[in-house]
Design a protein around this ligand. Structure first.
Ligand code: UDX
Length: 424
């Protein structure tokens, strides 16, 4: 197929790159000339394991432009994968989705395409958005009707950063929301070779599946953290508890790692959006509220443990191992290191941070933190806080150190002079 992808952020580029592996021709559309230039050279504009190799290998199938008319005119299928940032009140801001849909609508009109075009929303949007925002913009600008002049659907992604390519290629399931039969047919054909269950449903339901999945995973983590806090007081190993719990097939062992909570571009934002959407429709959501409350409180448990050993942090050097919201990414969005750094600097500590990839991004938020080039600079601090479970932190010699471990890095527990795990 010939496929255009609007928005060459994380989801867009991974989707385009992976689809090029099946021989599809990909045209990225973006407003950022820097991203366009990089993609045209076969270079990824974002960091993701394995992405550079695919883009380099499939350079002949991939191009990028800022011109909607040429991209829509030359393709049969368009994915919208632009950002849906969090608005002030917790809802999502649909400004980019709307403008992408308007531009696609205009391009459908301008190019006078005869073949029916399929438009699929991949961006995470609140249930109802594709029908209220995208459908309206497409019909208004193209002068065509959905189901006759174009097909419309949505296809939420379930990609974890760091393993996004693996997740795309081997999904647990593919969810397709179809406004008309056409979108369902086109996507079923696109994903025909994927050996996994395919859920073909209405658009709103598909949108809700995405939110519910992320909200449930976030709930598992906050639940594990709450149980972990209880276990810590009782001297019980939380990890062992969840090993035993997860063996129940109804429960499943994944996403029960307790620590300083969840970050990233999806969980916090999606839970907030679901909360706001529920509040707008008059539904009380006690569980979702608690999920966020526990997540906010968890990094401060780390600070309390540190204070237990160093009550006055003024002028003391505190080292942070890990700034990214999780390993194998340079992404610091909603990283739990952020509230930890804020609390430490408020208390007058000197913060020294180390991360294999994310220091530059964090330095924009916290220019006064010292960003160590070598792990040894962190190890020379008065205390070491482990905030991201990068594999290289596992084999360090923590002997003689005060270590507060927010991510259960085992060797830290074995070798530290004073060791405190946040929830264990
Ligand atoms: C998540 C979803 O997993 C993915 O399906 C969705 O499409 C996008 O959001 P991502 O944000 O990339 O993916 O990372 P994920 O691996 O899910 O981790 C999110 C956060 O939760 C990280 O901060 C991680 O450290 C934390 N986490 C995860 C835990 O604290 N405990 C766990 O058991 C699992």
């Amino acid at each position: 197929m010939k496929i255009s992808i609007i928005g060459s952020g994380y989801v867009g580029v991974v989707t385009g790159a992976c689809l090029s592996e099946f021989g599809h021709e990909i045209i990225f559309v973006d407003i950022d000339q820097k991203k366009i230039d990089l993609l045209n050279k076969g270079i990824p504009p974002i960091y993701e394991l394995g992405l550079a190799d695919i883009l380099e290998k499939n350079k002949h199938l991939i191009s990028a432009t800022d011109d909607y008319n040429s991209a829509i005119g030359a393709t049969d299928l368009t994915f919208i994968s632009v950002g849906t940032p969090c608005a002030e009140n917790g809802t999502i801001d649909t400004v980019y989705v709307r403008s992408a849909a308007e531009n696609i609508g205009s391009a459908l009109k301008n190019t006078g395409k005869k073949d029916i075009h399929t438009i699929i929303v991949k961006s995470t949007v609140f249930p109802g958005t594709t029908e209220s925002v995208v459908l309206d913009a497409l019909e208004r600008m193209s002068g065509k009707t959905a189901g006759e002049g174009f097909y419309l659907g949505c296809n939420p992604e379930f990609l974890k950063e760091g393993v996004a390519i693996e997740d795309f290629m081997n999904p647990d399931r593919i969810v397709i929301g179809s406004y008309d039969d056409g979108a369902g047919r086109v996507l079923s054909e696109l994903y025909a070779s994927f050996d996994c269950p395919k859920v073909i449903t209405g658009i709103k339901t598909a949108e809700m599946i995405k939110y519910t999945s992320n909200a449930f995973l976030a709930t598992k983590i906050s639940f594990a953290n709450e149980i972990g806090n209880i276990c810590k007081k009782a001297g019980i190993d939380t990890e062992e508890v969840f090993k035993g719990v997860g063996l129940d097939a109804r429960i499943n062992p994944s996403f029960f790692r307790s620590g300083i909570g969840f970050g990233g571009s999806c969980f916090p934002k999606d839970v907030r959006a679901l909360l706001s959407g529920a509040a707008e429709s008059g539904v009380d959501t006690a569980i979702l509220k608690a999920v966020l409350d526990v997540n906010e409180a968890q990094p401060l448990v780390m600070i309390d443990l540190l204070n237990k050993h160093i009550p006055d942090l003024k002028g003391r050097k505190v080292g942070l191992l890990g700034l990214a919201f999780k390993p194998d990414t340079d992404d610091i969005r909603e990283s739990r290191a952020i509230p930890v750094i804020s609390a430490l600097t408020d208390m007058g500590a000197e913060v020294v941070g180390y991360d294999p990839l994310a220091s530059e991004n964090m330095s924009v938020l916290f220019p006064d933190v010292v960003y160590a080039k070598e792990i040894s600079e962190v190890m020379a601090c008065d205390a070491v806080l482990i905030t991201t479970e990068w594999p290289e932190f596992e084999n360090l010699d923590y002997s003689g150190k005060l270590v507060i471990d927010g991510r259960r890095v085992r060797r830290a527990a074995e070798t530290a002079e004073i060791y405190e795990g946040v929830c264990w």
